[in-house]
Design a protein around this ligand. Structure first.
Ligand code: HXC
Length: 256
């Protein structure tokens, strides 16, 4: 598929997707979401890929859903089309996905970043849910995921006022895993992704599934799920390889 609004690259075992509508600060319209979903499908199907990075430009990861596209939407249309449902493809990705965020991650852009497994932020990153200033509220998980990331007080303040959070605050609040100088963001994301992509593929995917399960269930059920998945790992050749490599003092070579 030829893409017009994203750039797609492969770096070894890492798939990189760059949102690329610079004229609109990567505002998320139908086309960009359709193309993002197609690129995710392709990387998921590619057995050579072990980790995916989603990034934007230096100025914007994404400045939100496309306001110019949305302004004339009607309630029946959004309901009948189930507007936003197509965005959920990202959160259903089974391989690990890292968001590398520089510049604005606002509204749907912040929500897209939060659908990834973790966020690496450039020191220029700005996160916000400013939908309320447009007479709407977050609609792609912002009220739910932001609250789980940063707690009720900060999430409520951000959603009710539209205030932006800078990278340092986002790191303190637990929204991002690390802050990186902007010039190094993509290189650092590629390094982290390469580390993940070199791990056992099924173990990385099951680990992701297990961490995500903690959002969906009680502690007792989550622990039980984790234990079952953990037990199943002893059926993997990668478990034998990983533990033998440790004992033999060599680097493991996971086959997946
Ligand atoms: C459409 C957008 C856009 C958006 C920016 N642009 N954000 N177009 N939708 N979300 C366009 C501008 O219209 C402008 O195009 C160009 O990108 C550059 O933007 P400027 O505003 O000139 O840049 P700047 O002055 O640097 O300000 C940057 C900004 C501002 C602070 C990020 O653009 C801004 O506030 N954008 C909107 C942020 C927002 O409200 N996001 C939430 C959207 S609602 P032209 O053609 O005029 O030059 C949302 C709902 C989610 O996301 C719910 C479900 C998904």
């Amino acid at each position: 598929m030829a893409y017009e609004t994203i750039l797609v690259e492969t770096h070894g075992k890492v798939g990189l997707i760059r949102l690329n509508r610079p004229q609109a600060l990567n505002a998320l319209n139908r086309q960009i979401i359709t193309e993002l979903n197609a690129a995710l499908d392709a990387f998921e199907a590619d057995t050579g890929i072990g980790c995916i990075i989603l990034t934007g430009s230096e100025k914007a990861f994404a400045a939100g859903a496309d306001i110019k596209e949305m302004q004339d939407f009607t309630y029946p249309q959004t309901y009948l089309d189930d507007f936003i449902a197509s965005w959920e493809r990202l959160s259903r990705t089974r391989k690990p996905v890292i968001a590398a965020v520089a510049g604005f991650a606002l509204g749907g852009g912040c929500e897209l970043a939060m659908m990834c497994d973790f966020i690496l932020a450039a020191d220029t990153a700005k996160f916000g849910q400013p939908e309320i200033k447009l007479g709407v509220m977050p609609g792609a998980g912002g009220t739910q995921r932001l609250t789980r990331f940063v707690g009720k007080s900060k999430a409520m303040e951000m959603c009710l006022t539209g205030r932006f959070m800078d990278a340092a605050e986002a790191e303190r609040a637990g929204l991002v895993s690390r802050v990186i100088p902007a010039a190094d963001l993509v290189d650092e994301a590629l390094k982290v992704a390469a580390v993940i992509a070199d791990m056992s593929r099924p173990v990385a995917m099951m680990t992701k599934e297990s961490v995500n399960r903690s959002y969906e269930t009680t502690l007792t059920e989550g622990i039980r799920f984790e234990r079952r998945v953990f037990h199943s790992m002893f059926a993997l050749a990668d478990q034998k390889e990983g533990m033998s490599a440790f004992v033999e003092k060599r680097k493991p070579n996971f086959g997946g």
